[in-house]
Design a protein around this ligand. Structure first.
Ligand code: GDP
Length: 146
């Protein structure tokens, strides 16, 4: 298993629903280490740039609108297979298809307001992490038993 880093976003609906702590706790409980985290309110240009890959999709405008409706919490998660593990914790894009116990099944309102984002591949993870964090903002520490 490869040690990876991935970008997580708790989207505006997750922040407003009061599940920041629940989401971060789920990452930690599944062995992912939070090595950076911060809250910010995305500007429209930032949201447009972050989701530029979806520019041609019919939901792009609405997605950008949604992502700027309130603050988000961006984090860098680190661990073995962190990218796939985070996506497993998140569940399917559409909460109607998400497995029981996943964050989207538990908290998402619909396919757009789906509470969390997670990088989908090593290249996108690297790009997305550097979108929000300087290398100097990523911390290093060892997890110990409680
Ligand atoms: P993800 O990797 O599971 O987040 O899914 P995608 O990369 O395909 O889509 C990015 C984000 O766009 C999703 O998390 C949703 O917030 C939104 N989205 C995806 N598909 C749809 C759709 O069909 N309609 C709308 N309104 N939003 C969508």
């Amino acid at each position: 298993m490869a040690k990876e880093r991935t970008l997580s976003i708790i989207k505006p609906d997750g922040v407003k629903k009061g599940v920041i702590g629940a989401c971060l706790a789920a990452f930690e409980a599944k062995g992912l280490k939070i090595v950076a985290t911060k809250m910010l309110h995305l500007s429209r240009p930032q949201a447009e740039a972050f989701y530029a890959v979806h520019r041609e999709r019919p939901f792009y405008k609405s997605l950008v609108e949604f992502m700027t409706t309130g603050p988000v919490v961006v984090s860098v998660l680190e661990g073995d297979d962190a990218i796939a593990k985070n996506r497993e914790i998140m569940g399917a894009t559409n909460p109607a298809n998400a497995a029981e116990g996943t964050l989207r099944k538990l908290y998402a309102s619909g396919i757009e307001e789906n509470t969390v984002h997670g990088s989908d591949a090593p290249e996108t993870a690297a790009t997305e992490i550097s979108f929000f964090f300087a290398a100097s903002e990523l911390q290093s520490y060892e997890r110990v038993k409680k």
